[in-house]
Design a protein around this ligand. Sequence first.
Ligand code: IVH
Length: 699
Amino acid sequence: MSATARKPIEKLTAAEARKELERLANEIAAHDRRYYREDAPSVSDAQYDELRKRNAAIEARFPELVRPDSPSHRVGAKPSEKFAKVVHRVPMLSLDNAFSDENVVDFVARVRRFLGLKDSTELVFTAEPKIDGLSASLRYENGLFVQGATRGDGTEGEDITANLRTLKDVPLRLHGRAPGAIEVRGEVYMTHADFAALNKRQEKEGRPLYANPRNSAAGSVRQLDPAITASRALRFFAYTWGEASELPAATQWGVLQAFEAWGFKVNPLTRLCRTTDEILKFYRDMEGKRASLGYDIDGVVYKVDDLKLQERLGFVSRSPRWAIAHKFAAQQAETVLEDIDIQVGRTGTLTPVAKLKPVTVGGVVVQNATLHNEDEIARKDVRIGDVVVVQRAGDVIPQIVRIVPDKRPKSARPYKFPERCPACGSHAVRELDEKTGKAEAARRCTGGLICPAQAVERLKHFVSRNAFDIEGLGEKHIIAFHEDGLIREPADIFLLERRYGSGEKAIMAREGWGEQSAKKLFEAIDRRRDIPLDRFIYALGIRHVGETTAKLLARTYGSIDAFMAAMEGNQAVEELDSIGGVGETVAQAIKAFFDEPHNRKALTHLLKLVTVTPVAAPRSANSPVAGKTVVFTGSLEKMTRQEAKARAESLGAKVSGSVSAKTDIVVAGPGAGSKLTEAHKLGVKVLDEDAWLKLVESA
Ligand code: IVH
């Protein structure tokens, strides 16, 4: 300990303070390392807190001496590396959104149509506030809390059991009769009062402030030290479930009641609604109560109450057909548009970004907002210098809604959208949409492979969290590596160490790199030499191929070899198009990607360096109808056509509208005509509805 360490802070000279801040920065960083990376703290929490407090107090007295590497800029070493992964036995899905009453009316109509309900048949929904926190899954075995996990990407989350144990709303043992195994799911959140108190504490201790209650709940639950989580006043509302050996009720409402009886908090505002009018009335009511609830909600969730009906409705891609989130209108604020920047995306789209005078919108400081495209700028008559209305809704990028004409200054000047790419100077053009014959809204850089901005964006996407997830290779590094020619295509990432060596000055000479950081980067890269097929496909950055489509493709083709081979054939587009959830635009984009020789070359390079692990076929692969082509004809009596089709597809069958030699099964109901005749002619197997149900129910 240095001589000044115990000197009262008021007595420190500037020189002593500078020295001590340096010592504290090093010492705290060393503790962080031991604590977070090696799991072997050498001081008690109290001693550690003392160090941080002293650091903060010295900084408060000598603000000009705050070091760039000051511990007060950090909450702790990056925690996420340390949580074990949990694969969700039942995926944690998200909800489809409704933004207007009309969307809700459509939703109800859709559900009724799917189920083929008569107008006179009542359909009951639960209406629940949509809590704005982060979702978590809590697993109980024989009534005991055994594992808690974050949602993660929905398929795989992080094991935060120890942290969730510290929440008083999380019962460690369920009261009463509990099933053998059940995963109770809900939202971890923080009240406004607890959030304000936490930020006050953070400020006093010289730690960074949280932007809003949701971020602070997320930050708190992902602390490596459960003691920190315990000090954070987090709460939990239970609202759904994952795997369950048995369910305590036959309705959503009934299960929520059982949750309560077991010791969970269920949102007390939850109601049953029997008509669309009741649903919309509930929504208005929540809108009115929203400001005084004391915690954030960002909408209302409606769920079909009857679990049997839920099961029949099933899922479309990543969301249930039986529920919808009715979102509240976004929050807005006025500010000045200071400038417009152009961002070049991964596929060359030029996106205008408004540079704003910083403004707080619903608790978050906003400085950038999207202006979408040049037509939008023209339509809204946006000029630089204008006062604009900015809107933020949930996690979506803030948007400029409109300008305020009365507040337009004389100096406001129109914006001329560039016709050349600001990054590479190539022409930026608006292609004609083949279907509509109109110019596309987006102006695209034609520089393709020579455009550094596109290349950087593609690489950024490639290493991003849901793709290769290479830690330590952030935007700044990618830009620098790309500029120097060290990384031009994805394969180069995996050759970095081999080509340049960890001690090589090509990397070390860069600002911010040392032997340690280079070594860490190489380790992070090495950890990703094996990658599951769905992530790999997503990482390729094919236009229109997001995570959901990547998963569908991975499940359909199983392995990278099979996928690539299929893309070479001239049936590729048709084949892609026939995958439920992949439309024609997407199919064309995928084919176009593989038709481009440069892409194939880059893929070949990459595949020499990484191993793509096959994705297990979905459970439905074992079903008796998996891979079969099925045609429904005539009228069905036990379910609607839509339901029959959805069910067949969920079991891996392909549903077609016409009978051909490729058809495996024709399900014929009363009134079947020419399709049935055709089936008999071709010798295709014909089943009636009951036989079909028997077949699929055996799955
Ligand atoms: S039900 C299968 N109920 O909203 C869907 N979600 O976009 C299960 N959320 O990830 C979700 N309040 O984090 C459900 N009462 C509520 C909710 C709720 C908040 C969140 C949840 C989910 C997201 C859906």
